[in-house]
Design a protein around this ligand. Structure first.
Ligand code: CTP
Length: 416
């Protein structure tokens, strides 16, 4: 079940662009869901969109005039509306809108508004499956992504128009669209398009990367578990950076409080043994495994099926058994796979990272001292020393975890 980023939309001013598609009726549900989460919504309807759903529907829902014609009296002025908005979502986006936005064409209200708007934009396309897979449309999607626009791919399912059957092209569920918008806004990233980092060269295109992230949990009884404070941010940053550099990414995630990244496969697990199984399942054909998770090293020897009672308040003993070490298991027979590990230390020096490099047969290891205020668990920055097998040593940070992720991936690319 995808996590919802409810708080991210509270008080936000959102422009909802609606293109001409049978799926346009779902834009009304998107508007409702945005408002339910506390956002103020203004709708921009294209001429084609207005052939499918009328402006009265959106005026009724949002209590605001709908913008569709640049030259009509009484319509919100597009520069003023661009200054008003915090973010935009175009749902459904047509092939025509994707192409125009990618090409910088501004021949109606929505496309002109999109050029005048400096904030973050999410496109949720819906179209016939042959249109979606057409190289021209995929080119537009690539250009938009490189420009910092989030494109939420259509999903597989029954297509709205009669006779089209099933396929890729269906508009994602309105709640999933709003979740993705919330994730875009709640990410640590900048609010303005212009402040996004320059897109990285797609130097991981055609590569398959598996990343582990977050803690694992080992149950003691139905209401208690052993775990650690790993936030998952370093692993998520690595997975997103690898995705943005063109890799096909599988993110094996323990329980974390982060929004779901789009454009990669997320496998959610709870225990260390589940994490190992998910990694082994994802590895065939992979080029890189990055172990950014903090898997629990032990689990209770027995899990009580019923809740432990305090009873007389006496001593409670827990017997622990060792969990498998995921990286060590993979490292034993890794072939040409590049394996990257972290060494989260609290007291031990960098030599401990070098021991892990050897013992786990890693290619790279990132040492960090979790006691530092700007490194390790629960913070958005990290400060690491990256060691390789050839004796190379590079200090990275303190920097935002995404920037640290990029530098680690530079190291990976150097080995591939
Ligand atoms: N790791 C793993 N499986 C485990 C434990 C750790 O794959 N059961 C990985 C982590 O993802 C990290 C690396 O191994 O990349 C080192 O983890 P760390 O917690 O620093 O050390 P441990 O190997 O657990 O060793 P120790 O507890 O002795 O420091």
């Amino acid at each position: 079940m995808a996590r919802t980023a409810v708080g991210a939309l509270e008080g936000r001013r959102i422009v909802l662009g609606v293109g001409g598609s049978v799926a346009a009726y779902k834009a009304a549900i998107v508007a409702r869901e945005l408002m339910r989460r506390g956002a103020a919504v203004r709708v921009v309807l294209t001429a084609a969109g207005a052939r499918f759903v009328g402006p009265a529907l959106f005026t009724g829902l949002t209590g605001q005039a709908v913008a569709s014609d640049l030259f009509s009296e009484g319509a919100p002025e597009h520069i003023a509306l661009a200054a008003w908005a915090d973010a935009a979502v175009v749902a459904p986006a047509t092939a025509d809108l994707l192409g125009k936005a990618a090409g910088g064409i501004a021949d109606d209200y929505l496309t002109t508004w999109l050029l005048a708007f400096p904030g973050r934009v999410l496109f949720a396309p819906a179209m016939n499956r042959h249109m979606w897979s057409h190289p021209a449309v995929q080119r537009s999607v690539g250009v938009l992504r490189a420009d910092g626009v989030v494109v939420l791919p259509p999903v597989y399912g029954a297509l709205a128009a009669t006779g089209e059957g099933e396929g890729w092209g269906r508009l994602p569920d309105p709640v999933a669209i709003v979740d993705a918008l919330g994730a875009m806004l709640s990410a640590n990233g900048p609010a303005r398009r212009a402040d996004l980092p320059a897109p990285h060269a797609p130097d991981l295109a055609g590569r398959r990367v598996v990343v582990t992230a977050g803690p694992t949990r080992e149950r003691l009884d139905p209401v208690r578990f052993l775990s650690n404070p790993s936030s998952g941010r370093m692993g998520y940053a690595l997975a997103e950076a690898a995705r943005d550099r063109g890799a096909e990414v599988t993110l094996v995630s323990g329980p974390v409080q982060l929004s779901f990244p789009t454009g990669l496969t997320v496998v959610r697990v709870e225990t260390t043994r589940q994490m190992l199984a998910a990694v082994l399942e994802a590895l065939p054909g992979a080029d890189v495994l990055i172990g950014a998770a903090a898997p629990a090293d032990w689990r209770p020897a027995e899990v009580s099926p019923i809740k432990w009672k305090k009873g007389d308040g006496g001593e409670q003993r827990i017997r622990l058994v060792a969990n498998p070490d995921i990286l060590a298991e993979v490292g034993r027979q890794k072939g040409r796979l590049i394996v990257v590990g972290f060494a989260a230390e609290a007291g031990a020096g960098p030599e401990e990272a070098l021991r892990k490099l050897r013992d786990k047969n890693l290619d790279l290891v990132a040492y960090n001292d979790v006691r530092e205020p700007d490194a390790g668990f629960e913070v958005t920055t990290n400060h690491v020393i990256l060691f390789d097998r050839a004796g190379g040593r590079q200090e990275i940070g303190p920097l935002p975890k995404r920037a640290v992720a990029e530098r680690i991936l530079d190291g990976v690319c150097g080995l591939l």
